[in-house]
Ligand binder design. Structure first.
Ligand SMILES: C[S@@+](CC[C@H](N)C(=O)[O-])C[C@H]1O[C@@H](n2cnc3c(N)ncnc32)[C@H](O)[C@@H]1O
Length: 256
């Protein structure tokens, strides 16, 4: 490219062109349009001005549910997926709920109580389960027990008390899955930060997911979560689908 520019432009203009290009990149990193959650970009982030989205997001932040209140782009992905899934047949599921931040954003964003769907929220509500860590997760110091930002079952029930169609399920994934009466699934959000329960949940729900249903993997591209990524790459191969790797760190799969 540099050679080509030199060929078509006389020397001072070619230099000016490159100076402009470098300055533009510098400008984007000095004054980005979005700079949160390890994502800095000059790309358009107009969802930050969308009233419906921001009102749902801010209300969940205000309720004290956020692990980090600076994950707008991840929440934007989630809302896009949820809106699309709301037009399909089937229920919503989140495995790995903590205080229910992203799910609360969704229920407000979609006014979920008006939908004839259920939203199942599954968590131990007591943190991580040691027996479901892989050897390398254990080696990296992962410990079972309470998660810094987890909430009790009662707290999460209280958060969603106005939503009769949001079902809070306390239990260990995967052990609890066969005890819940799931039928068709349109939306699946997987966010347990550990490999084995995530893959087992994905396998369990895959056949229940309707055509066009969306699976979002919260940790897919995040550094320190490579084992989850490689396990999901294998999962995708087995299912003959591909995972869209998003700059937010999320992964997105659409069920064929
Ligand atoms: C990162 S947090 C979830 C964050 C949440 N999605 C949000 O919107 O804030 C991970 C959660 O996964 C739960 N978890 C981890 N392993 C689990 C398992 N095997 N079964 C059920 N829940 C589990 C933890 O208790 C924790 O609350």
């Amino acid at each position: 490219m540099k050679k080509f520019i030199k060929k078509i432009l006389p020397e001072p203009l070619a230099k000016l062109y490159w100076l402009f290009k470098v300055a533009r990149i510098k400008f984007i990193t000095w004054i980005p349009k979005y700079n949160e959650d390890e994502l800095i970009t000059g790309h358009n982030a107009d969802f930050m001005k969308d009233e419906r989205f921001m009102s749902a997001y801010n209300s969940a932040v205000k309720a004290g549910l956020a692990i980090s209140d600076k994950i707008h782009w991840r929440a934007h992905t989630i809302c896009w997926a949820a809106l699309r899934a709301s037009q399909l047949e089937g229920d919503f599921v989140e495995v790995g709920v903590a205080k229910g931040f992203l799910s609360k954003v969704i229920v407000d964003y979609l006014n979920f109580k008006e939908l004839s769907k259920n939203f199942f929220l599954l968590d131990t509500f007591e943190g991580f389960i040691e027996k479901y860590f892989t050897e390398s997760e254990k080696k990296n110091g992962r410990k079972g027990g309470n998660y810094l930002n987890s909430a009790s079952y009662e707290q999460v029930r209280e958060t969603f008390r106005d939503y009769k169609n949001v079902k809070i399920i306390k239990g260990i994934v995967p052990d609890i899955l066969s005890r819940v009466d799931f039928s068709k699934i349109a939306y699946l959000h997987i966010d347990m930060n550990c490999t084995i329960p995530e893959i087992l949940a994905a396998e369990y729900f895959w056949d229940k997911m309707v055509s066009g249903a969306i699976m979002i993997l919260d940790d897919y591209g995040h550094s320190g979560h490579e084992e989850q990524k490689y396990a999901f790459d294998e999962f995708a191969k087995r299912k003959n689908v591909s995972i869209l790797s998003l700059p937010t760190g999320q992964g997105l799969i659409i069920k064929p």
